[in-house]
Write a protein that binds this ligand. Structure first.
Ligand SMILES: [Zn+2]
Length: 128
């Protein structure tokens, strides 16, 4: 699950102008496991239990990733998507250091997602 971190806010202040369009994938294969990606306009729909509002959520049982989309810039959607994909990688590879479902891990995972999103933008793979 993804939350906004202070590091991300800090980073966004120095970001170049926002790309305006991007094609969002509907599936992702993570180390041989295929997930369906659903985009939600209501943050409560992101939570499979519909109890909390999330930016994104990966469900290992249904192999679904749900991402909040409404009113978000493409790079934010990509960062949230990468966050959930990294959760999928961590789960598939049993990466113990990032596996715990706590705030510290989610923050670190979010920074990795930020790094990947930054690569997309700086290399202009994500462009207008
Ligand atoms: Zn998370």
């Amino acid at each position: 699950m993804g939350k906004i971190t202070p590091q991300r806010e800090q980073y966004e202040k120095g970001l170049p102008p926002k790309p305006s369009c991007v094609e969002l994938p509907k599936t992702v294969n993570i180390l041989g496991i295929k997930y369906t990606i659903e985009y939600c306009d209501n943050p409560a729909d992101v939570d499979i239990n519909k109890r909390e509002a999330f930016w994104g959520q990966i469900d290992y049982w249904t192999r679904t990733i749900r991402i909040y989309r409404k009113d978000l810039a493409p790079e934010d959607i990509w960062q949230n998507l990468f966050h959930e994909i990294i959760h999928g990688i961590v789960a598939a590879l049993h990466l113990k250091s990032l596996k715990a479902d706590d705030d510290k891990n989610h923050d670190e995972l979010d920074l990795l997602a930020l790094g990947l999103t930054d690569v997309l933008i700086r290399n202009e793979w994500l462009k207008t």
